[in-house]
Design a protein around this ligand. Structure first.
Ligand SMILES: Nc1nc2c(ncn2[C@@H]2O[C@H](COP(=O)(O)OP(=O)(O)OP(=O)(O)O)[C@@H](O)[C@H]2O)c(=O)[nH]1
Ligand SMILES: [Mg+2]
Length: 322
């Protein structure tokens, strides 16, 4: 399948084309950025919702219920499950796949798992690209499920407009972890498994934690109780999810964040391109390796050499440009 066919297929809503593109993204195939570059102007329409929280807190079950509710509201849905611990996407989240199977025959729902083939940073990037692909495919809401509260997960979830953090009843030990890790990025807290003992108390603990944040903000994260097995509380959750995006829109934050994101994306890409070009050119030259040896022998210092190499490189391009 050529890049053009792939792009056409995705825009025409062909699931097979989307699946193929997602595999290319995961494999870091050179055709992926080419296709994404063409698809870019068709993105930016989906509401991206991150769902994160400790292992087993019911994220997948909740995502299934949220999807059901969104379908009731005539919204189309894309689901991306990210599993940083797994090198394979295909079988990685088989359990999730099976649980989400009830949506499998629904053409308006697209489910995909992403595993890591390389380092975690790579996963954050490939997830962002996968979301972009599903966005271009035309889904109204894209749910991104990812485990945990570590830095890499924060990176993954940062692409979401709305972040839902799940927790479960039980010891309040994790409150400190939430405070340290994800309070900043949480837009909605969910105490799932509300059928278990202590759900109200956990909700109160999270609320108390939120009280300590006195900064002026247009949105105060609500704390909701859900039972993802029965779907209890899920309609309220979906209400809050759409209220949140409206709030972002009305306060101007959506536009502001969009600009910030575009700036980050552009700068990351330029940084990569520039470094890549510079290094490709330098590494073929004997004097480059000689300079490294001189640095190692302390005959030269890397500060001066780096400055000189970069300036020479830029000057040369300026001359080339005339
Ligand atoms: N009692 C109860 N069990 C639930 C509820 N929601 C989910 N579970 C159960 O909790 C277990 C874990 O649910 P998952 O949805 O796989 O949790 P997860 O957070 O996606 O798990 P990982 O992706 O492995 O981190 C399953 O056995 C679910 O049936 C709930 O509201 N109440
Ligand atoms: Mg899961």
């Amino acid at each position: 399948m050529s890049v053009d066919e792939l792009v056409e297929g995705v825009l025409a809503g062909k699931r097979r084309s989307l699946a193929r593109l997602l595999s290319l993204i995961e494999d870091e195939d050179v055709r992926a950025p080419k296709a994404l570059s063409q698809l870019y102007r068709h993105t930016g329409r989906a509401h991206i919702v991150g769902v994160t929280g400790p292992p087993g807190s019911g994220k997948s079950t909740l995502v299934t219920q949220i999807t059901k509710e969104l379908r009731r509201r005539k919204k189309t849905v894309g689901i991306i499950c990210v599993d940083p611990s797994s090198p394979f996407s295909g079988g990685a989240l088989l359990g999730d796949r099976i649980r989400m199977q009830e949506h499998a025959l629904d053409d308006d729902v697209y489910v995909r798992s992403m595993g890591t083939r390389g380092h975690l940073g790579g996963l954050a990037r490939s997830t962002a690209e996968a979301v972009r692909a599903v966005d271009a495919f035309g889904k109204d809401v894209i749910l991104v499920e990812t485990v945990g509260a570590g830095q890499s997960e924060v990176e993954i979830i940062e692409l979401a407009h709305t972040v839902v953090v799940t927790d479960v009843p039980g010891s309040g030990d994790d409150i400190q972890a939430i405070k340290a890790g994800i309070m900043e990025i949480a837009d909605i807290f969910v105490v799932n498994k509300s059928d278990l003992e202590g759900a109200e108390r956990k909700g109160a603990e999270i609320n108390a934690m939120l009280e300590t944040d006195i900064r002026e903000k247009p949105w105060r994260p609500p704390v909701l109780l859900t039972n993802a097995r029965t779907g209890e509380g899920v309609a309220e959750l979906v209400d809050k999810i759409s209220e949140h995006i409206s709030c972002l829109r009305d306060s101007g934050l959506l536009e502001e964040r969009g600009l910030q994101r575009s700036r980050d994306e552009l700068e990351q890409m330029m940084e990569y391109k520039l470094t890549h070009q510079l290094l490709t050119e330098l590494r073929g030259r004997p004097e480059y390796n000689e300079a490294i040896v001189r640095i190692a022998k302390r005959n030269e210092d890397p500060y001066t050499v780096a400055e000189k190499l970069v300036m020479d490189f830029l000057l040369k391009y300026r001359e080339d440009a005339g």
